[in-house]
Ligand binder design. Structure first.
Ligand code: 8X3
Length: 252
């Protein structure tokens, strides 16, 4: 029988790339996201390879998370793998200028959303005494940078939750992997800069950034490791990156 994975934020970027690599490797999928059309088109494509379900919800809204996940058939609730990928950055501003709405969105999606979805699935993993939770954090969770304080706080929160989950859930037979990417060219900067494509493009100029598939390969490596191997933490940079804010760009 195929393993089953639930992936949040599956409509684009790392979530979508992870769905594809899982499907290619025979892992059945519950694809979750807010954009129904994108979920349905990914479902149509990946259903050729594996069984696929879709759930439309906003991770930051507990009632909607609760209703959607508890509506799954019992065997689908018992997923083997949870990839907590939904999240992102909104704005790049000093604290004195930051928008409360941006802060709320970052905390809701990266921290509360991860907790809400996990809360719904952990009891099923405990029942089976088996499971793997992959939390997509960031280098921003390890290194705080100016203007990114709230995003960094949210991703530090992801890292703290990964550590807490490991303490509480390893005895229950559950593995926890924290994935910390550096610069990955996805919708990330476009969302951070509220649709300003030129500003978003500049983040990735003068070097070869990572692409979503690079991180998806790492996630697949984690979930494909033998039972006795738990990849606790993985930090992935483009070759041109040294830390969160140092990237070696060639002059054009
Ligand atoms: C994305 C990486 O360095 O822009 O999480 O915060 S960074």
């Amino acid at each position: 029988m195929n393993r089953k994975a639930l992936i949040t934020g599956a409509t684009s970027g790392i979530g979508e790339a992870t769905a594809r690599i899982f499907a290619k490797n025979g892992i059945d999928l519950v694809l979750c996201g807010r954009r129904e059309r994108r979920l349905e088109s990914l479902k149509a494509e990946l259903s050729q390879l594996v069984q696929v379900k879709t759930l439309v919800f906003d991770v930051g809204d507990f009632e909607s998370v609760r209703k959607s996940i508890s509506g799954l058939e019992e065997n689908w609730k018992g997923v083997d793998i949870l990839v907590n990928n939904a999240g992102g950055a909104h704005g790049l501003d000093p604290l004195k200028d930051g928008s409360i709405e941006d802060w709320q969105k970052m905390i809701d999606s990266n921290v509360s959303g991860l907790l809400y979805v996990s809360k719904m699935l952990i009891p099923h993993m405990i029942k089976k005494h088996k499971g793997h939770i992959v939390n997509v954090g960031s280098i921003a969770g390890k290194q705080t940078y100016a203007k990114g304080t709230v995003y960094c706080a949210a991703k530090s929160g992801v890292e703290a939750i990964s550590k807490g989950m490991r303490l509480e859930l390893v005895p229950e037979g559950i593995k926890i992997s924290n994935i910390a990417p550096g610069a990955v060219e996805t919708e990330f900067s476009n969302v951070r800069f509220k649709g300003d494509d030129d500003r978003a493009k500049k983040v990735y100029e003068g070097y070869q950034p990572l692409v979503a598939e690079d991180i998806a390969e790492c996630i697949f490596f984690c979930v494909n490791a033998p039972d006795h191997v738990q990849i606790a933490d993985m930090t992935i940079f483009p070759s041109a990156q040294s830390d969160a804010t140092t990237i070696h760009r060639s002059l054009a």
